[in-house]
Design a protein around this ligand. Structure first.
Ligand code: TYD
Length: 207
């Protein structure tokens, strides 16, 4: 019943490039691919995304932030992801619940057990079949973002370096705790080389 693959990693790790290349490859093989991202992916989720990323929202509490990410997640899971998986399709999502554990859990230092409980509620227990983590040093990722044409940094990107370091370590801990679900790849390597490894793993899951 479908295949659900999520992409995670710190800022500037090249998730968006890799996810697009994977979508192209899967479509060429005849898969029914839905490519989406969090927060967002629905009309309601996009409205919530605006609240979350607006640099003007400096007074936002960590609890509020987590609940808004979770609200957007509940919407996309029910409205978009589950129906597509039920039709036998492939869903590729740029960030998912592991980002909340890494950013709000390890980064903001909210209680991980509570976050997991709310996440199970928001997703009704949906977990990815595979989570690809594109790993690179935090400073390198931020440098790449700065060099990009993204314009102003969003509210999360403006966080201090220690925050991003905790997030990065958080992703690695999450991956280490569930090695069969995670594929951690060194994003300092070339785009093609990284893509090759992702295709190998996803191809295996489809076979
Ligand atoms: P976005 O511009 O989509 O960043 P990226 O290209 O790095 O994915 O902004 C999303 C930001 O929100 C990003 O900094 C990660 C953060 N985030 C969380 O803090 N918690 C979450 O649950 C999710 C999905 C994202």
């Amino acid at each position: 019943m479908g295949l659900f693959v999520t992409f995670e990693g710190p800022e500037g790790s090249g998730k968006t490039t890799q996810i697009r290349l994977l979508a192209e490859w899967l479509r060429a093989r005849g898969a029914d691919v839905l490519l989406t991202r969090e927060p967002g992916g629905t009309r309601i989720g996009d409205a919530v995304r605006g609240l979350l990323l607006d640099p003007a929202n400096t007074e936002m509490r960590s609890e509020t932030e987590f609940l808004l990410f979770s609200a957007a997640r509940a919407q996309i899971v029910g409205q978009v992801i589950r129906p597509h998986l039920a039709r036998g399709g492939v869903v590729l999502c740029d960030r998912f619940a592991d980002s909340s554990l890494a950013y709000q859990g390890y980064g903001r230092q909210l209680d991980l057990a509570l976050l997991r409980t709310v996440t199970t509620f928001a997703t009704a227990g949906l977990t990815p079949d595979l989570t690809v983590c594109l790993n690179l040093p935090v400073l390198e990722g931020l440098r790449r973002k700065q060099g990009g044409d993204q314009g102003e940094w969003n509210r999360m990107e403006r966080e201090r370096l220690e925050f991003h370091e905790r997030v990065h370590a958080g992703f690695l801990s999450l991956a280490a705790a569930e090695p069969s679900r995670w594929l951690v790849l060194d994003a300092m390597r070339g785009v093609d080389e990284v893509q090759e490894e992702i295709r190998k793993r996803v191809g295996g899951l489809l076979a």
